[in-house]
Design a protein around this ligand. Sequence first.
Ligand code: EPZ
Length: 418
Amino acid sequence: MATYLIRHTPRLSGEVEVSTAKNAVLPILAAGLLTEDPLIIKDVPRITDVDMLLQILRDCGAEVVRSGSDVSVCALQTQSPNHEENIRKLRASILILGPILARSGSACVGLPGGCAIGQRPIDLHVKGLQALGAQVHPIGGKMQLSGRLTGTRIYLDLPSVGATENLMMAATLAEGKTTLENAAKEPEIVDLANCLNQMGAKITGAGTGTVTIIGVERLHGTVYHPIPDRVEAGTLLCAAAITEGSILVRGACAEHLRSLLFKLTETGVGIKETQVGIRITGSAVSPFELRTLAYPGFPTDMQAPMTVVALKCHGTSMLHETVFENRFMHVGELARLGAHIRVENNVALVEGGHVLRGGVMRSTDLRAGASMMLAGMIAQGESILQDPAGHIERGYQNLPEKLRLIGADIERIEDYPS
Ligand code: EPZ
């Protein structure tokens, strides 16, 4: 059980390095199942979501070796995973479905779990694979799919990140041409397509709403360095925006964070894009309105950290969550510090400018947990953040250490009574 003691932090300053993107690395690791050659991924973050997926890949028959910060995945043959526990815990486990089916002609995978932020169905994944020719036989909580895949035209009802990734991977080995319409445009989609093309795939249009994949006989191995983590970078920028000071988030890609940078600028902070990253100065003071949307709209993963920024702004801010149905679980925990937030119909009205007092919070999901850590930094006195499920370590590599590096007073305490 991870527990953090967080003390009031008046100002942050200095430099901090952003890690490689969790949500780019996870689908790229799954792509390792598409070839019998080694796929080497550079600078893989040490987070438990990655550890869980590496276990799942081993269970699918791949040889997985981590050496330093690099990971090699070599799947001479692939099989459906036998163990359920990691599949249920990790939403990204669904991303092995397309590769195993495309490679071996059949796949039987348990339904994924993930954060409690919403029901998170996989209907778009399954419908797309059926359109590619797979027969689907649900067997007691598992998806059994079989059949040779043939390219076709698929329209996604929602620009689902995971469904776009799964179908793009499956289509690389399908017979003929596949077109994905209304596809997700996230930078992580482009990164996966770049890696697959380096492996010999023929993908065009990634990052636009329409992705075209011409199937090939086989893919080969490669060495690939995924993009920086835009959500970690955004979380660090929000940490700076709620305290006085000036920090440089080294390695952050401003192009991937346009909507967040504009929103932070609206609050009154100064943003400077440099050759080596993003520099932020000053403190958020002006209230704002935002609506989370698929990329390039405002990212849903940044809604919780921006709720804490709103707590610093003098006036009422409005945050409308349109992507997930249950992504305000941080609000109840922030209220324990005295935050004035009202949520109605997936819209949070945040009355900022009030003094927050230290209290005890419990992490509910990954990004909510990070927002609570930030809130502890602006509350008077000391706050405790309990994280029994280890959400923060699931998705952020050394977040407390990175915040300490720029002046935060956060320490992990072991024997805090639960
Ligand atoms: C990815 O999740 C990310 N996870 C999420 O980050 C991110 O919040 C999300 O995309 C949106 O950007 C990874 O990349 C591992 P979706 P994913 O499919 O693929 C509905 C984090 O904190 N939907 O784009 O699961 C779904 O319910 C995590 O790092 C269907 O209805 O997201 C949701 O309302 C949290 N049917 C919406 O689409 C489907 O078949 C967006 O989901 C699939 C999705």
